[in-house]
Write a protein that binds this ligand. Structure first.
Ligand code: NOJ
Length: 564
C-alpha cells in the first residue's frame, strides 16, 4: 500500500533487510506544544513545525518523532487522547498535519507519531459510554472497571499507586446516582486504562494504526509499551520509594512488562509489514535491564526501543563502557540496533542532570528547593561530551528538541505556573517534568524568544534563553548548535551508526575509570569523564566537544579523531 505523502521517501529507500533507515537514524523529538507557535496562543502547533523544517534539515536529522498532537483535553499534555484520528484544534487540523508530513518528506525527513494505547482520555467517547452503561456491559469491558473491596465496595480493588502519585483507582457514581465501580488509571484520573485482553480494543487500535499509516507516517513511538497487560487477578504491589516514576527499576511489577504485551506487538508488526517504506515501531518501555527491553524488539515485534539504561547512566567512563557493551550485546542478540537517548520530555535535561549531585528519580524533576543543584557550566560541558560519545555509537540516536541548543532544565518555574499533573497529585512534593518542557528559543530578541508571535508562552521562559537562542548560535562556530550540526554531518560522512565498535586502550595510561576510548570505522573516539587532562592520542581532530589542551584532552571533554 503506498500513500501519496510517503512516495518521495519510499522511492529512494527501498527496503533491504538489515539496512532499514531506522537502524542508524538520528531522530529528533518534537514536543509540539513547546516547539514553535504560529497562531500566537502561546502553545506550539503543527504549522510552527512546518515553518521550521528547514532548520531541522539544516541540523541534519533523519526523522522526527512527534509527541501527541491528537485531539485531547490536554490534562497530561496530550498523553490523554479523546480522538485518536483527529488533530487537536490547539495544534491545527488534519490538513496541517498532511502539509507538514508532505513538507518533511520532501526534505527527506521521516515522521513517526506518538501512539498512546495504554489509556485514553476520560473524555474519549468510549469512556463516556462506559460511565453511562451498567457494570458488566460491553462498554465497561473496554476499560478496567472493577468492584471495590470492603463491605460496600468503598475500598479500591487493590493497593496500586498512580505513576503521578496518589491511588491508581477512582470510584465512579453510577447513572442512578449510587456509589459505583472503580476504574484503573496508572497515570492521572483523566487517563483510564484500556483492557487489552478485549478484542474490541485490539481491533480499534488496528484501525488507528492504519489511519495514520494510510496518511503516510513512517512509524509510531508507542507510549507505555510495557504497560498494556496487567497480571491476572491484579495482585497488590508496593513499589520501592527510590524507583523512577515510570517504574522500570524493579522486576515482577504486576502492571509492567507482562508477557501478554508481546502478542499485541507481533500483531502490529505484521500490520506495518503490509506497508512499504520500512515503517517502524519504537517502544517506550521502562524495564529493569537492557536484556528485558530487548524482548520488545525481537524480530517479529517492534523495531526499536528507547535505551533508558543509557539515559540513566551518569557521566562516568566505566559505567558508560559497561552500559554500551551490555546494550549492544542485548540488542544484537535479537538482531535489533541499540538506540541511544539522553533527554526527552519526561526527564531532567541532560545539560543539568549530568551535574546533579543528589539522587533525582526519573519524573521527580528539580526545583529551587531540590538538593544537589547543578552547576550550569559543568552540566553543559558534560552534556556536549556525552552527546559526542552518543552520536558515534552504532545504532540509532534520539535527540530532544532544545538539546542542540544546550538548554538546561528550567528550575525556577513558579508553583502557580506549573502544569504537570505530578506537581498537583503530589501536592508539590515532586516538581515533575515542566522544567524540560519550556518553549524553546529561536531568536534572542523576538517575542517569546521567537517561539510565539504574540509573546505568549504556556510555561514561562527564563531570561537565559536570550543567550541560548538558535539565531545567536547559528553563526557561532563554538556553539552547541554548531557542535550538533558537525557531529551529525560527520556521523553521516563516516557512516558511524552502521559501524561496529571496538574498545581500545585509554591514552597514556590514563585511568580507565575516568577515560573511555573506542574505534568505530575510521574514527577513534575518546572521552574524559574525570577532571584531569589526559594525553590526546594521535590523529586529526574531526570534532571536539570543547576546547582541547596542547596535546591533551581536558576533563569533561570528548573528541573524534581520524587516522588519515
Ligand atoms: C509516557 C509519556 O512520555 C509521558 O509524558 C506520559 O505522561 C505518560 N507516558 C503517560 O501517557
Amino acid at each position: 500500500m503506498t500513500s501519496p505523502q510517503s512516495a518521495v521517501l519510499t522511492e529512494t529507500a527501498a527496503s533491504r533487510p538489515g539496512a532499514e533507515w531506522w537502524r542508524t537514524a538520528v531522530i529528533y523529538q518534537i514536543y509540539p506544544r513547546s516547539f514553535a507557535d504560529s497562531s500566537g496562543d502561546g502553545i506550539g502547533d503543527l504549522r510552527g513545525v512546518t515553518a521550521h523544517l528547514a532548520d531541522l534539515e539544516d541540523l541534519g536529522i533523519d526523522a522526527i518523532w512527534l509527541s501527541p498532537f491528537q485531539r485531547s483535553p490536554q490534562k497530561d499534555a496530550g498523553y490523554d487522547v479523546s480522538d485518536y484520528c483527529d488533530v487537536d484544534p490547539i495544534f491545527g487540523t488534519l490538513d496541517d498535519f498532511d502539509a507538514m508530513l508532505a513538507e518533511a518528506h520532501a526534505r527527506d525527513i521521516r515522521i513517526i507519531v506518538d501512539l498512546v494505547p495504554n489509556h485514553s482520555s476520560d473524555q474519549h467517547e468510549w469512556f463516556q459510554q462506559a460511565l453511562a452503561a451498567a457494570p458488566g456491559s460491553r462498554e465497561r469491558a473496554r476499560y478496567m472497571f472493577r468492584d471495590g473491596r470492603g463491605e460496600n465496595g468503598e475500598l479500591p480493588p487493590n493497593n496500586w499507586d498512580s505513576v503521578f502519585g496518589g491511588p491508581a483507582w477512582t470510584r465512579i457514581t453510577e447513572a442512578d446516582g449510587s456509589p459505583g465501580q472503580w476504574y484503573l488509571h496508572l497515570f492521572d484520573t483523566s487517563q483510564p486504562d484500556f483492557d487489552w485482553t478485549n478484542e474490541e480494543v485490539r481491533e480499534e487500535f488496528r484501525r488507528i494504526l492504519r489511519f495514520w499509516l494510510d496518511r503516510g507516517v513512517d512509524g509510531f513511538r508507542v507510549d507505555v509499551a510495557h504497560g498494556l497487560i496487567k497480571a491476572d487477578g491484579l495482585p497488590d504491589y508496593t513499589p520501592s520509594p527510590e524507583g523512577g516514576s515510570m517504574g522500570g527499576d524493579e522486576a515482577n511489577v504486576p502492571y509492567w512488562g507482562q508477557d501478554g504485551v508481546h502478542e499485541v506487538y507481533r500483531d502490529w508488526h505484521l500490520l506495518l509489514a503490509e506497508y512499504d517504506g520500512d515503517r517502524a515501531l519504537c517502544a517506550e518501555a521502562w524495564l529493569p535491564t537492557p536484556e528485558r527491553t530487548a524482548e520488545w524488539v525481537r524480530p517479529d515485534e517492534m523495531h526499536q526501543a528507547f535505551n533508558f539504561a543509557y539515559l540513566e547512566t551518569g557521566w562516568d567512563a566505566a559505567a558508560l563502557r559497561a552500559v554500551v557493551d551490555r546494550s549492544i550485546a542485548a540488542y544484537s542478540a535479537v538482531g535489533a540496533p541499540s538506540t541511544w537517548v539522553l533527554s526527552n520530555h519526561d526527564v531532567v535535561r541532560h545539560a543539568s542532570r549530568l551535574a546533579l549531585t543528589a539522587e533525582n528519580p526519573q519524573g521527580h524533576g528539580i526545583g529551587p528547593d531540590s538538593p544537589g543543584q547543578p552547576i550550569p557550566e559543568v552540566g553543559l560541558a558534560r552534556a556536549r561530551a556525552v552527546t559526542t560519545v552518543m552520536l558515534a555509537l552504532p545504532g540509532s540516536a534520539y535527540l530532544y528538541q532544545g538539546e542542540e541548543l544546550g538548554l538546561p532544565e528550567v528550575i525556577d518555574i513558579p508553583g502557580d505556573a506549573r502544569q504537570d499533573p505530578t506537581w498537583f497529585r503530589t501536592n508539590g512534593e515532586r516538581y515533575g517534568r515542566d522544567g524540560c518542557r519550556v518553549p524553546i528559543p529561536w531568536t534572542s530578541d523576538g517575542a517569546a524568544y521567537g517561539f510565539s508571535p504574540s509573546g505568549e508562552s504556556w510555561l514561562p521562559q527564563p531570561a537565559e534563553w536570550a543567550t541560548l537562542a538558535r539565531d545567536v548560535q547559528t553563526t557561532d562556530a563554538d556553539s552547541t548548535l554548531s557542535l550538533y550540526r558537525t557531529l551529525i554531518a560527520q556521523r553521516a560522512a563516516y557512516g558511524l551508526g552502521a559501524n561496529d565498535l571496538e574498545w581500545i586502550d585509554v591514552p597514556g595510561g590514563a585511568d580507565e575509570a575516568e577515560v573511555l576510548a573506542f574505534r568505530t570505522g575510521d574514527l577513534t573516539v575518546v572521552a574524559n569523564t574525570g577532571s584531569t587532562a589526559v594525553p590526546l592520542p594521535a590523529g586529526r581532530v574531526v570534532v571536539a566537544s570543547g576546547p582541547l589542551g596542547d596535546g591533551t584532552l581536558p576533563g569533561d571533554t570528548a573528541v573524534w579523531l581520524a587516522q588519515d
